[in-house]
Design a binder for this molecule. Structure first.
Ligand SMILES: [Zn+2]
Length: 345
């Protein structure tokens, strides 16, 4: 039976733990709620109990290689402490790694969750076999991670890959980070909602106003549904989204010239609504992309993961810049965390 490691995705809502073989086979996955309200120690106890249950079960047949924990926020790699986390109150300036190691009696690697997801996609997902790549995660905000030579690029102190706070509009919408015009103010789920609210307030988007009042769950998904049904106001929002995502990617491509950019996160699946404008912008703004673009970046037939994979295969010999959808969904971070514990930081 296989040697294995444990990957943990400790989010503000879900706590997920998986045993993964050295080769990347999922042995078992456990999903628990993160009971943040019960306090930090409760969350850590639940996590350590689950890690111990899984590891003692698979230790009977294989060697336990270690555990990796993906966590939202800025992780200090040296000290194994969380410097800043909006989703996990009470975890800041607390020796998270040391505490988990003490309880488990095993080596633990702590990593930012977006970096873990990038490594997961590089190991087993859309960028399998592609050594140099980045993941751009489109959710409530924008997350990111860069993998070079199969290892996470941390920058000086673990803060690399903050794609969401790259300026795409100099005098743009204020951002929580203190800047104006950050990418995540234009190409995320919250950006879609902001644009919808503004369109409704202007009085010029009656179809959106109607949908918002009729649909209790009105959100980015509703606006996407309207867009694919041909609603012009909804389509315009996604065109703007695609345009700004293209501006962000054009900068990243010019600077990094990576083989692949993987687009993940909840909003990424609205691909057919934003990708045409994204690619248009890329060709216009990045000389590196224009020189390395595949003939048909959107694929010949239906959109989605299949054509991303074939474009990827085709690109191997031709060295094209591939932009494609993520494949592992929310499991990317789990696999990445398991991998980190084997690779080390
Ligand atoms: Zn910002």
């Amino acid at each position: 039976m296989p040697d294995f490691s444990i990957g943990v995705d400790l989010g503000g809502t879900n706590l997920r733990i998986a045993a993964v073989s050295r080769e990347g086979q999922l042995l078992e996955k456990v999903t628990l709620g993160t009971k943040v309200a019960l306090g930090r120690d409760h969350v850590i106890t639940e996590m350590c109990d689950a890690i111990q249950r899984l590891s003692s079960k698979y230790k009977e047949t294989g060697k336990f290689l270690g555990a990796g924990v993906g966590i939202p926020g800025i992780v200090d790699l040296k000290t194994g402490m969380l410097r800043k986390s909006a989703n996990l109150p009470g975890f800041e300036d607390y020796p998270v790694r040391a505490e988990i190691e003490r309880r488990l009696g095993a080596r633990v690697v702590l990593e930012n969750d977006a970096n873990a997801a990038a490594l997961g996609e590089q190991w087993l997902g859309a960028a399998r076999g592609v050594p140099n790549m980045a993941v751009v995660t489109l959710g409530t905000g924008i997350g990111g991670g860069i993998v070079l030579d199969g290892k996470i690029w941390h920058g000086m102190n673990g803060m690399a890959g903050e794609f969401g706070h790259v300026t795409v509009e100099p005098e743009g919408v204020p951002c929580g980070c203190g800047n104006h015009g950050c990418a995540e103010r234009y190409a995320s789920a919250s950006a879609i909602m902001r644009m919808a609210r503004e369109a409704i307030a202007s009085g010029e988007a009656p179809s959106l106003a109607h949908a918002a009042s009729a649909d209790a769950e009105f959100g980015a998904k509703s606006i996407y549904n309207l867009a694919i049904q041909g609603d012009e106001h909804a389509r315009r929002i996604f065109r703007t989204f695609g345009r700004y995502l293209g501006i962000l990617l054009a900068g990243l491509i010019n600077v990094l010239n990576l083989d692949m950019f993987v687009i993940g996160g909840g909003v990424s699946s609205a691909w057919d609504a934003y990708a045409p404008n994204m690619f248009e912008e890329l060709r216009e703004r990045s000389l590196v992309y224009a020189a390395t673009a595949p003939d048909d970046p959107l694929g010949n037939d239906s959109l989605g993961q299949e054509e991303g994979a074939s474009a990827q295969t085709e690109s191997r010999s031709e060295r094209k810049t591939i932009i494609t959808l993520a494949l592992l969904g929310s499991d990317a971070g789990l696999y990445g965390a398991a991998r980190i514990s084997v690779l080390g930081v």
